[in-house]
Design a protein around this ligand. Structure first.
Ligand SMILES: O=C(O)CCC(=O)C(=O)O
Length: 426
């Protein structure tokens, strides 16, 4: 019996291969005749056809609001990304190959995820090997001082945040007026699941859980640039650039995680250029980082299900403006600290939600610069607030309004979960 070894310079795509005709048929039924013929040429190794198919699927993904795009077009996009990645890989263009695969994960559907992930593994190790041998070649011709410098240029050797003294009066100047003057969110350690259910979940009452992150590998690893660049440096991630998503100049970009880390650690950007990796399901995309975190047991309260686990990574000064979300949330502060202000759901009317349905969960009030004439009711409203410290988690009940400002370089993870509908709001 002979077993054939996996081909070295090709990417295997077993799921796509076995479901190819079914997928193409479904895409054709959705009007994708042109896509199907391009994808067929792409499967035969035609580079131009692969790029054209990717472009066609991209246009479909942007043809209307995200929820109205037929799921088959997301699979079509992943399929085209796999073809493009395969072509780049076989011609030794590993970075381009990895970028196409990441785009497939970020924008594509679920059907071909296993292929995308296994290809990412193969391309990443090819890239690391290539990088290692090119740095070795360089090192052979340099002295050991240059060697150290090359290594640190490649991987960086600094911590994400330096532990500076935290000056409260200075911080207060950066925060919205009346910050830290009302009731603070309470802190609890050793909070049992029963207490969480009774005192917080059922009655919709926020709480800081101060001791639930001790076993997370992320606690020790994510402040280390070296680690982050090694694990994820070549990966493409979506970031937001601008003051916040309500400002007209705000835009989204796709950059490598290394470029992103350089931007946030250089700290040179004015606030209009603040780069924020916000509300991105990074842990579905970069599986190695998923291993660094643990879903808190509290998130299984209510017998619901985890809706999404999002990363929020950025420099000091990122602001998420006042808004609410429909889910329970445990916002976990892994690196750095954030100021967070919360208003109960019952005050919604006094917080002037935007009228358009896409933005109706966001307030028109800019807490950093309140227009007192336009929004007088907000001035005297009671709120609770806190500075969420490294290692702490904040429970935000569904529909509670929250404003968040990072006070240092910051890595947070939010766990959103739904319940069975039997719990009360506030
Ligand atoms: O950390 C932030 O900037 C915002 C977090 C947030 O809005 C959320 O977890 O729902």
């Amino acid at each position: 019996m002979s077993t054939s070894a996996p081909a070295v310079n090709t990417l295997e795509t077993p799921v796509m291969d076995s479901s190819y005709s079914t997928l193409l048929q479904s895409i054709t039924e959705e009007g994708g005749y042109a896509f199907a013929s391009m994808a067929t040429l792409a499967a035969g190794g035609d580079n131009h056809a692969a790029e054209a198919a990717k472009e066609m699927a991209w246009e479909q993904l942007h043809s209307g609001p995200w929820h109205s795009v037929g799921p088959i077009w997301r699979d079509a996009y992943s399929m085209a990304c796999l073809h493009v990645a395969r072509n780049h890989f076989s011609s030794g263009e590993f970075k381009l190959s990895l970028k196409a695969l990441d785009m497939g994960l970020i924008m594509g559907g679920l059907t071909l995820r296993d292929d995308l992930n296994s290809c990412i593994k193969k391309v990443s190790s090819a890239l690391t090997e290539k990088d290692f041998s090119s740095s070795n070649n360089n090192n052979n011709s340099t002295d050991s001082t240059e060697e150290g410098q090359k290594k640190s240029e490649l991987f960086g050797d600094q911590e994400i945040i330096s532990r500076q003294h935290f000056n409260l009066p200075e911080v207060l100047q950066l925060l919205p007026s009346r910050s830290l003057s009302c009731k603070k969110v309470g802190r609890k350690s050793g909070l049992s699941l029963e207490e969480f259910l009774r005192d917080h979940f059922l009655c919709g009452s926020p709480v800081i859980i101060s001791d639930c992150m001790v076993h997370w590998p992320a606690k020790n690893k994510w402040n280390d640039m070296n680690y982050l660049k090694r694990i994820a440096g070549f990966r493409t991630v979506p970031v937001e650039v601008g003051k916040n998503y309500l400002c007209p100049e705000w835009k989204q970009e796709l950059i490598t995680f290394s470029e992103f880390l350089e931007r946030i650690s250089s700290n040179e950007c004015p606030s209009e250029d603040t780069t924020y990796l916000a509300q991105h399901q990074l842990f579905d995309q970069i599986l190695e980082l998923r291993q660094d975190i643990l879903i808190p047991d509290y998130c299984f309260t209510g017998d619901g299900e985890i809706r999404s686990i999002n990363a929020w990574i950025g420099p000091a000064g990122t602001v998420t403006p006042l808004h609410n979300d429909p889910h329970h949330n445990i916002l976990s502060q892994v690196v750095g600290k954030k100021y967070i202000r919360l208003y109960p759901a019952s005050l919604s009317e006094d917080l002037y939600p935007h009228m358009e349905s896409m933005l109706s969960n966001s307030s028109q009030v800019d807490l950093d610069n309140i227009d007192e004439k336009a929004f007088p009711k907000v001035l005297d409203l009671d709120f609770v607030d806190c500075i969420l410290e490294e290692g702490e988690m904040l429970y935000i009940p569904p529909k509670w309004w929250h404003y968040v400002r990072s006070l240092s370089t910051s890595f947070s993870v939010s766990f959103w979960w739904s319940d069975t509908g039997n719990s009360q709001g506030s």
